[in-house]
Design a protein around this ligand. Structure first.
Ligand code: SD4
Length: 321
């Protein structure tokens, strides 16, 4: 296909697209493109939802999830609940290239990163401290716990289970989009595909929470014999459906990318009609598509594309259904 190479990523993160594109143009691999693209967002703190200083958890800490996948070899490296290291996608790539493992988590992932030469720094910023202190002042609402009650002597927590009261506070803020992960797929002229993600997850998440982004087939998937896909949105729900894997498999079976993305969203919609989420995908001939679930406050999804037909990143949009 004439439009290859191709870079596609979630949200209007155009500097990330440009960084990935220029990695390809300067002879880099599709893995280099995905790594450079996602790293660009980590540095820029895209939307406050990628990289340091965003989405403080219940204890005020920013923790990062990321993954990268080689569609030729089906190798994957991922980190989840990564602390103190800004370049999560870089650590994910190090997991892939310097271990036989797929996913490292938490404190141990951070120690691994430090040993591999990544710099340990505080991921907290004035902004994240501010988000956290506002949340404490608001009596820790909203939060992601249910069927629990907090110690009344504390502003919030420690929480105790409460079997009898069903109270899902989450519904109250399901509409506030406090999370905009970068997910990226890159293809080169020879049909190599790579995909990756990077995110700081979800604001006020329970410490230890891991979203869909670092989970293979959920946050992203790549197979050079079919294509690649990446997802964004409410990871707690989306990871139950492996939407990126599904989209790639549908493309393998001959579905066009838009239809594949739509089916992946439909599968989730059947169970969670109002979930917030979107997916992008591209097949090996350089055709691409996207789909999103229509939810309160979310009717259109924006994403970026660079291909040989347009040297500059183009803003694309799809209407949610
Ligand atoms: C997560 N999926 O951690 C990520 C957040 C996200 O757009 O993608 N937001 O649940």
């Amino acid at each position: 296909h004439t439009s290859l190479p191709l870079v596609i990523n979630t949200w209007p993160f155009k500097n990330a697209t440009a960084a990935a594109w220029s990695a390809l143009q300067s002879g880099g691999s599709v893995l280099d493109a995905v790594e450079k693209g996602c790293a660009r967002c980590e540095m820029e703190q895209c939307d406050g939802s990628v990289g340091y200083g965003g989405s403080p958890d219940e204890s005020g800490e920013t923790t990062l999830d990321a993954m990268i996948m080689n569609g030729d070899t089906i190798e994957v490296g991922a980190v989840a609940d990564l602390r103190r290291i800004k370049n999560a996608i870089g650590v994910a790539r190090a997991v892939m290239e310097h271990t036989d493992h797929t996913l490292l988590v938490g404190e141990s992932a951070s120690v691994f990163a430090e040993n591999m030469g990544f710099i340990a720094e505080d991921l907290t910023t004035n902004k994240s401290v501010n988000i956290f202190s506002q949340w404490l002042k608001g009596n820790c609402q909203p939060n992601y716990r249910k069927n629990v009650f907090p110690d009344p002597s504390k502003s919030c927590g420690p929480y105790k289970p409460r079997a009898t009261v069903k109270q899902n506070i989450r519904a109250q803020h399901a509409n506030t989009r406090s999370h905009d992960t970068i997910g990226m797929v890159a293809l080169d002229q020879d049909g190599h595909v790579a995909a990756g993600t990077s995110t700081n997850g979800l604001t006020h998440k329970v410490p230890g929470r891991v979203g869909d982004s670092p989970i293979v087939g959920a946050g992203a998937y790549a197979d050079s014999s079919a294509g690649g896909a990446a997802a964004t949105g409410d990871g707690d729900i989306m990871m139950r459906f492996l939407p990126s894997y599904l989209a790639v498999e549908l493309m393998r079976a001959g579905a066009d990318p838009s239809a594949a993305c739509k089916t992946a969203i439909s599968r989730i919609k059947k169970h969670y009609s109002e979930f917030f989420g979107a997916i992008i995908c591209a097949n090996t001939s350089g055709h691409y598509g996207a789909a999103c679930n229509k939810a309160p406050g979310f009717s259109q999804f924006h994403y970026m594309v660079s291909d040989s037909e347009s040297d500059v990143p183009l803003l694309k949009s799809v209407d949610c259904f």
